[in-house]
Design a protein around this ligand. Structure first.
Ligand SMILES: [Zn+2]
Length: 72
């Protein structure tokens, strides 16, 4: 009945027309992510926990934001 894992949505649930942005909880750095490089069976929470900020090297506090790709 309940198919949604409690660890959050899976990478495979991201649509090609959506973009994924990672935000750093410490310095506020924004980085566009490429979900095609992630294993489809991984959960976004899992990916989020493994993110490391390229600017301030924070390993925690990162958040993934999923939104529509904006047309140019
Ligand atoms: Zn940072």
């Amino acid at each position: 009945m309940n198919k949604t894992p409690k660890c959050g949505p899976l990478v495979s649930s991201i649509s090609p027309w959506q973009q994924v942005i990672a935000t750093c909880g410490r310095c506020g750095n924004l980085a566009a992510m490429d979900p095609t490089r992630w294993p489809k069976s991984a959960s976004l929470t899992d990916i989020q926990a493994r993110l490391k900020c390229k600017r301030c090297n924070a390993k925690t506090g990162a958040k993934l934001l999923i939104g529509p790709r904006y047309p140019r």
